[in-house]
Design a protein around this ligand. Structure first.
Ligand code: 6PG
Length: 265
C-alpha cells in the first residue's frame, strides 16, 4: 500500500537492470489496472533514452500485455529530440518499435511530440493543445494530472529534456516547452515541471555505474536544481519511485529497500 502523506521518494534497489525492468512492468500494469477501473483510462508519459527499452519490450510480451486493456491507455511523451519520427534518435520511434506497434495500441491513443517541425515553439503549443483536448482541460487551466510519468536520469542530472541551466527549467506558465540545449548543440521538446509535478506517480528508471555519482547527488546532495534538474521533480500530491539497479546505487548512503528479481509493486 502507498502512503501519499510520505513526501520522501521511495528508492528501490534491484540486483540487475532486468529485475528492475520486471518490477517496473509490474508496477506499470498495476497502476494501469487501477486507473482504468477508476476512470476508464490510464494516462502515461513515456521516457526516452535507453533505460526503459527493456520495460517497454516486457510490456509487449503476452504475459504482461494480457493484464492491461491497451485500448484504454493514452500514451504521451515526456520529451522528444528534434528529429523525424522514423529517425534512430526519436523517442517515439523507440517506444513504437519496441512496444506500441507490437501491442497494436490504437493510433488515436498515441500522442507523439512533433519535434521534427521547424517551429518548435509552435510544436510545443500544439502539444499543449493536444494535452488539453485529451485531458478535457482549458489550455490555460492547471496542468493535467498524469496517472504515470516515466523518467530517466542523465549523468549530468537532466530528466526529460530539462537539462542543467536551460530555459525550460524555469518555465512555469506552459505545459510543454521547446528547449535549447547548448551542451548538446541541439533543441528538444519537453514537458515542463508544472506537468511533472502534478503527476499522481513518477517512476524514475536509473541503471548503470555511470549514473552512480549523479544519483547520489540528486537524492542525497544539497539542493542545486539548476545544475541537477531531476531534483525539481517533486509532485505536490503524487508519489515518486526511484527504480535503481545495484550498479547505480553504489554511492547511496541511506538505506534503501532492496528487492528480489520478482518484486513488483
Ligand atoms: C531522452 C530522455 C532523457 C533520458 C535520460 C537518460 O530523450 O534522452 O527522455 O531524459 O531519460 O537522458 O537516458 P538513458 O536511459 O539513455 O541513460
Amino acid at each position: 500500500t502507498i502512503d501519499v502523506s510520505d513526501a520522501s521518494p521511495t528508492v528501490r534497489v534491484h540486483p540487475t537492470a532486468e529485475a528492475l525492468s520486471r518490477a517496473a512492468a509490474a508496477m506499470f500494469v498495476s497502476l494501469g489496472q487501477r486507473a482504468i477501473e477508476a476512470r476508464q483510462r490510464f494516462t502515461v508519459a513515456l521516457a526516452g533514452g535507453s533505460t526503459p527499452q527493456r520495460l517497454y519490450a516486457l510490456l509487449a510480451e503476452d504475459a504482461w500485455r494480457e493484464q492491461l486493456d491497451w485500448s484504454a491507455v493514452e500514451i504521451f511523451f515526456g520529451d522528444e529530440r528534434a528529429v523525424a519520427p522514423d529517425h534512430d534518435d526519436s523517442n517515439f520511434r523507440m517506444a513504437n518499435d519496441v512496444m506500441l506497434a507490437p501491442l497494436a495500441v490504437p493510433v488515436k491513443r498515441i500522442h507523439r511530440m512533433p519535434a521534427e517541425r521547424a517551429d518548435l515553439a509552435a510544436a510545443a503549443a500544439d502539444y499543449q493543445a493536444e494535452l488539453a483536448r485529451v485531458f478535457r482541460l482549458d489550455v490555460d487551466a492547471a496542468a493535467p494530472v498524469f496517472d504515470l510519468v516515466l523518467l530517466g536520469l542523465g549523468s549530468d542530472g537532466h530528466t526529460a529534456s530539462l537539462f542543467p541551466h536551460t530555459r525550460a527549467l524555469g518555465v512555469d506558465d506552459a505545459w510543454v516547452a521547446a528547449n535549447d540545449v547548448p551542451q548538446l548543440d541541439t533543441q528538444r521538446l519537453t514537458l515542463t515541471l508544472p506537468v511533472l509535478n502534478r503527476a499522481a506517480m513518477v517512476m524514475f528508471l536509473v541503471t548503470g555505474a555511470d549514473k552512480a555519482n549523479v544519483l547520489a547527488e540528486v537524492l542525497e546532495g544539497p539542493p542545486d536544481p539548476a545544475r541537477l534538474p531531476a531534483q525539481s521533480v517533486q509532485p505536490a500530491a503524487g508519489l515518486v519511485y526511484w527504480f535503481v539497479d545495484e550498479a547505480a546505487a553504489v554511492k547511496l548512503s541511506r538505506p534503501a529497500t532492496s528487492c528480489g528479481p520478482t518484486t513488483g509493486s
